[in-house]
Ligand binder design. Structure first.
Ligand code: GLA
Length: 710
């Protein structure tokens, strides 16, 4: 287990470096990410290079048994770069320059930036590729974190080249962008500009390519550095730090070029959904490289500095959040940063070694965590432990959130809601692209898959045909990879699988919803339906209860599907809300609206999304990691390792047979205080009543009973 932090010794006089190494040893640190923002120290002027200080630091760390993840230091060009080469500066939508004085002030497609950065990387590579203390390379830093869209002239030129490579002829581009609309037909590639400030909406197909291009430019920077390191003889793993579900960069395209996936995660203590959101992030990161443990490359020991209000973590949350990463596949736990800065924008950001010193709650937590991680045995690789896959796709994210649609969709928020219904039930989920869906899963959930590529559609259809269960809708299968409607209407790919024909979107907007009849509801339900309609929701009945749903109430016709629930209110009253269709050996479910999530388990203000998920889960035979856990206890499986985390406010006791992974002692129950964590080695057991022929993945734990404590 790697344990450590970003280390910025260039912010400190040499006198503290020995102290740093000593305290790192005390905390159990075994790796640091070194020199991420050290370009101006390494190359103070174009023809001046200073590696002596870096040599000294690396030697000291190496002698102290601390491995180095050496940064390429290209994320913040020094002032001389911006002054001498202003063409390296990025521009905003209006063409105005971004200026230096912060960080990440470079145009990713600038050939001059790439030349200068490349030279720095080459020298670092040649000097340290064979240093025994350097065990990994950290390329750039959080590519695109502050600046993910550059509209500069460098971007313009690169965009034209990128488009020409993609389409070869301008006619092919005109077709792909549908430029017959609004007189947008291009005669040559050099008539094309980045989507700079325009009077009204840009062509949506061009916006999709612009998104692809901007992600690719960041990736090209990473790949350029990687290539240079390899040419310099580097044999260590090369990576960069991801930021979870980060819209500007399609990490699924990046992942094959990362030797190991590293991720930065900063759960917001003020976010009531922080546990769910962080779990999703970690599952997404794990799923980018199945079977390979990933590294939590940055988290905070306590408060950050960059939110409007920066509350600290709850007592114990540091261990609980760390455990969540390990549970979901991490083999490294790192922080930003080792020693708290004494100057600069991040001086209020927490660190492993706080400015207030070692007689602090933070230092205690950090040393305790180090000891606990050191006690862990070698952990199993995260396997295919999930029976459920949630489809999450960057191109779809970009397309579905373009403007001029029936209604605005917050794709990530929607995906998180769906994920949350599984997370709350401790049902393990992989996060995959549509093309990655295969029969190792039992249930696949695909919310708002507006842009559906042909291969993705084929994979989903095959999955159902071969016996899987698909749950999808609404706003799914609307456009192809160019953001064009396909011939033949909507649901052209999945309609036969779903047994549905799609007629209309039915966006819900405030009081317009619920205008039509309310059906045979009780007076209370009618009242609830009216209230709901005023909020832009409609209702549907499921298993004798009435639930609300929002965003859209689509008009679909069952052409083979069974109608499990119909809308009771709103413009679609009487038409299907939830359908189920047998297709091949499997089943496909469609929900024609977004069920409202949260609230009590039943009732018109109840957890509609939870009710739909529970229905489909029951039908598909999917099981949780551990049965019958009390609310607030999170469980995840990683091969033989089951991690239990109590996010609740009371102490719980959980019956589970296995071995305590930290002590090696056999257990039949664990007691968890609030924020308490247990790592239990508990080999996969056969699921009671499950048919192994339809349970191809690592399955479920023996049922655990909850014993309330006095
Ligand atoms: C990001 C960066 C770090 C630092 C932290 C602060 O993750 O990579 O350099 O700025 O944020 O939280």
């Amino acid at each position: 287990m790697l344990y450590g932090a970003d280390y910025n010794p260039d912010q400190w006089p040499e006198e503290v470096w020995d102290d740093d190494v000593r305290l790192m040893q005390e905390a159990g640190v075994n790796i640091v990410s070194l020199g991420i923002f050290a370009w101006s120290r390494i190359q103070p002027a174009e023809d001046v290079w200073d590696f002596a200080w870096l040599d000294t630091v690396i030697e000291k760390l190496h002698a102290g048994g601390i491995a180095v993840n050496l940064a390429t230091a290209t994320a913040s060009p020094p002032p001389w770069v911006s002054a001498r080469y202003p063409e390296t500066l990025p521009a905003d939508e209006s063409g105005a320059s971004y200026w230096p004085g912060s960080r990440q002030h470079f145009a990713p497609s600038s050939p001059i930036y790439r030349r200068l950065a490349g030279e720095l990387v080459r020298r670092l590579g040649e000097r340290y590729a064979h240093h025994p203390g350097v065990v990994m390379w950290h390329v750039g830093n959080e590519f695109g974190c502050h600046l993910w869209m550059d509209f500069s002239d460098a971007a313009r030129d690169a965009y034209r080249e990128w488009l020409e490579k993609r389409y070869t002829t301008v006619d092919a581009l005109n077709d792909a962008w549908g430029t017959s609309f609004w007189s947008q037909r291009y005669g040559a590639f050099d008539e094309i500009f980045p989507p700079r400030l325009a009077p009204y909406s840009h062509n949506p197909s061009s916006m999709l390519d612009w998104r692809r291009f901007t992600s690719d430019m960041l990736l090209e920077c990473y790949l350029m550095e990687r290539e240079i390191l390899l040419e310099a003889g580097a044999t260590q793993p090369i990576t960069t730090n991801f930021m979870g579900p980060f819209k500007p960069a399609d990490y699924r395209r990046w992942a094959p070029f990362m030797d190991v996936i590293a991720d930065d995660c900063y759960p917001d203590p003020a976010n009531p959904h922080r546990v769910r959101d962080a779990a999703f992030q970690r599952d997404l990161i794990r799923s980018l490289k199945p079977g390979v443990p990933w590294l939590l490359w940055e988290q905070a020991t306590d408060a950050v500095n960059w939110r409007p209000a920066n509350a600290g973590k709850l007592p114990g949350a540091l261990v609980a959040e760390t455990a969540q990463s390990i549970a979901r596949g991490a083999d490294g736990i790192m922080f930003f940063q080792w020693r708290q800065s004494r100057a600069g924008s991040e001086k209020f950001h927490s660190a492993m070694l706080p400015h207030a010193g070692t007689d602090t709650r933070t230092w205690d937590a950090v040393t305790e965590l180090g000891a606990r991680l050191a006690a862990l045995p070698e952990l199993p690789a995260p396997g295919r432990d999930a029976q459920v896959a949630l489809v999450f796709d960057w191109e779809n994210w970009w397309a579905v959130e373009e403007r001029d649609h029936p209604t605005e969709v917050d794709y990530l928020a929607l995906v998180l809601e769906w994920y949350g219904a599984f997370h709350a039930r401790n049902i393990q989920v992989d996060i995959v692209g549509p093309e990655e869906v295969d029969d190792t899963y039992r249930l696949v959930v695909a919310p708002a898959l507006y842009l559906l590529r042909d291969d993705g559609a084929a994979a989903l259809a095959r999955f159902v045909h071969d016996g899987g269960t698909l749950l999808t809708g609404p706003f799914t299968d609307i456009v192809d990879e160019h953001d064009h409607f396909r011939d033949g209407g909507f649901l052209t790919q999945l309609g036969p699988v779903l047994g549905l024909r799609f007629e209309d979107f039915g966006a819900l907007a405030g009081s317009a919803a619920g205008a039509a009849g309310v059906g045979a509801l009780s007076p209370d339900a009618v009242l609830a339906a009216r209230r709901a309609a005023a909020e832009g929701t409609v209702t549907f009945g499921l298993d004798g209860a009435v639930y609300r749903s929002r965003l859209v109430a689509e008009h679909v016709h069952a052409t083979g599907a069974d109608v499990v629930a119909a809308f009771d209110s709103g413009p679609r009253a009487g038409s299907p809300a939830l359908t189920r269709h047998r297709y091949g050996a499997g089943e496909a479910w469609y929900v024609a609206s977004v069920p409202v999530s949260g609230g009590p388990a039943t009732g018109s203000a109840g957890d509609a999304l939870g009710a739909v998920v529970a229905t489909v889960v029951a039908a598909s035979g999917v099981r949780p990691v551990v049965e019958g856990l009390p609310a607030g206890v999170e469980a995840a499986r990683r091969g033989d390792l089951v991690t239990l985390i109590n996010h609740g406010e009371t102490r719980v006791e959980i019956a589970i047979d296995g071995t305590d992974a930290e002590t090696g002692v056999a257990v039949d129950r664990v007691v968890l205080e609030t924020q308490g964590v247990a790592f239990v080695t508990a080999p996969v057991a056969a699921s009671p009543g499950a048919d192994p022929s339809v349970a191809p993945v690592a399955d479920v734990m023996p049922a655990a009973a909850t014993v309330p404590l006095p």
